[in-house]
Write a protein that binds this ligand. Structure first.
Ligand code: DP6
Length: 358
C-alpha cells in the first residue's frame, strides 16, 4: 500500500472511548538510522513480546473552539509534561492521515506493566497502543474498514510516533522496512512474518536489568548520528544481508545460524554507537560479564541460547521455551549478580496488541 492509501478524509466528530494494550518488542535485526518522516535506512525484524506492555485509554469528544489544547495526558495516573513534545509531534503527524482528529479533544491515560526505571524502552509499546486507539476513531466514523487495513494503518501511524512501534501491532515476528526477499514488506509499516518454524512461537526473552538508569542517548539522537558515521553504508548493507539470511533460518528453525546472526546484530549496533561522533559506550562492564557467561554456558551445554542488546546496557537472553528451567538456574546462579538490584524480567514472544476494557 502507498502512503496516500492511508489518508482518511471524512471529518465527522464523534464521542467515545477506546483502550488498547501493546507489547514491547525486541529487535533481532536492528533499525538504526532513519530519514524523511520516520523511514528506516534498513529493514528490521523483531520478536513481539507479551508481558512488557503499555495500556493506553483515550476518551474523545468534539473539541470546543475555546480550548487551546487538544489533549490531556496522564502516565501512571500522574501528569507527565515531559512526554508532551513527543505526543504533540505524534498528533501533528497523525492528523495528516486522520484529519478528524483535529476536531476532537482527548483525555489520554497510559501505564506500563514494566517499571519505568528498568531501562526498557517504552516508546514502541506506548505509541503502538495510542495509534490503535486513534484507529478506533476512524473505525467509528467508517465501521466498514477491514481488520487487515485497521492493523496495517495502526502500524503505519505507530511508526510516525516511534519507528520500532510499527513492529508492536502484530506478532510473533514482524518485519518493517523494504526487502525484496520479504513479500509485501514496506518502509511504511510492519508485516507479520509467515511460515515460521514452530520453535519461534515458543521463544523466551529473559531481560537482565544491568542498568536501571535512563538511556545515555535517545534513539532519535542515535539514529541521527548514523548520517555521519563513517561505517554507516557498510552497516546498512550488512543489515540487509542479515535480513535476507534470517528468512530461511526462521523458516527452517536453524538455531545455530540464528544465534550467530542475532549476536552479530547486537554487537554491530553497539559498534555503530562506539564509532559515531560523539561516540557512546552504552554497554556496562557487567554487560560483558554476562555475554561471556552466555558464551561459556552455550559452549558447555550446546543449548542454543543467545543474547541481544538494545541501545543500552541491558541484556536480552533469547532461547526456546524447552530450556526455560535450565536458563532460570543459569540466571540465578551465574547472572543475577551482574544485574542492577538483582532485577530481571521473564518475557516471551506474543501475538501482538489487544483491545482492552475501557
Ligand atoms: C536500538 O524506534 O526508539 O531499539 O524511531 O526515533 O523513535 P525512533 O527510534 P526507536 O529506535 C529503536 C532502536 C533500537 C533498535 C530496534 O528496535 O530496531
Amino acid at each position: 500500500m502507498k502512503e496516500q492509501d492511508f489518508v482518511f478524509k471524512p471529518q465527522k466528530v464523534v464521542t467515545g472511548s477506546s483502550s488498547w494494550e501493546s507489547p514491547s518488542n525486541i529487535a533481532l535485526i536492528k533499525y538504526w538510522g532513519k530519514y524523511g518522516v520516520q523511514l528506516p535506512k534498513n529493514p528490521s525484524i523483531s520478536f513481539t513480546l507479551s508481558q512488557c506492555k503499555s495500556i493506553t485509554k483515550i476518551n474523545f469528544r468534539p473539541k470546543d473552539e475555546s480550548e487551546n489544547h487538544n489533549f490531556s495526558f496522564l502516565f501512571n495516573g500522574k501528569i507527565k509534561n515531559s512526554f508532551h513534545p513527543k505526543i504533540y509531534q505524534f498528533f501533528d503527524r497523525v492528523q495528516n492521515y486522520i484529519p478528524a482528529i483535529k476536531k476532537h479533544y482527548f483525555e489520554i491515560e497510559s501505564h506500563n506493566t514494566f517499571p519505568h526505571s528498568s531501562g526498557i524502552a517504552s516508546s514502541a509499546s506506548a505509541m503502538a497502543s495510542l495509534a490503535l486507539c486513534f484507529m478506533e476513531i476512524e473505525k467509528q466514523i467508517n465501521p466498514k474498514i477491514s481488520k487487515k487495513y485497521f492493523l496495517k494503518k495502526a502500524s503505519f501511524l505507530a511508526r510516525l510516533g516511534s519507528g520500532s512501534a510499527s513492529r508492536s501491532i502484530e506478532g510473533p515476528i514482524v518485519c518493517w522496512g523494504e526487502s525484496k526477499n520479504y513479500k509485501d514488506s514496506s518502509l511504511l509499516y510492519g508485516i507479520p512474518l509467515k511460515n515460521l518454524a514452530p520453535v519461534f512461537n515458543t521463544y523466551h526473552d529473559s531481560i537482565l536489568i544491568i542498568d536501571q538508569k535512563e538511556k545515555k542517548v535517545s534513539s532519535s539522537k542515535g539514529h541521527l548520528l548514523m548520517s555521519s558515521n563513517p561505517f554507516s553504508k557498510s552497516r546498512f548493507i550488512q543489515a540487509n544481508e542479515n535480513v535476507n539470511k534470517l528468512k530461511n533460518i526462521l523458516i527452517e528453525g536453524d538455531l545455530e545460524n540464528f544465534v550467530k546472526i542475532i549476536e552479530l546484530e547486537a554487537l554491530s549496533l553497539h559498534a555503530m554507537m562506539m564509532t559515531s561522533s560523539p561516540s557512546y559506550i552504552l554497554m556496562h562492564p557487567n554487560t560483558l560479564f554476562v555475554i561471556n557467561e552466555v558464551h561459556r554456558f552455550r559452549n558447555e551445554t550446546s543449548i542454543p541460547i543467545c543474547f541481544t542488546l538494545d541501545a543500552g546496557a541491558n541484556v536480552h537472553l533469547l532461547y526456546p521455551k524447552k530450556y526455560f528451567d535450565k536458563i532460570q538456574i543459569l540466571i540465578k546462579e551465574k547472572l543475577l549478580k551482574f544485574c542492577d538490584s538483582k532485577r530481571f524480567i521473564n518475557d516471551h514472544v506474543g501475538f501482538g496488541s489487544k483491545k482492552a476494557a475501557v
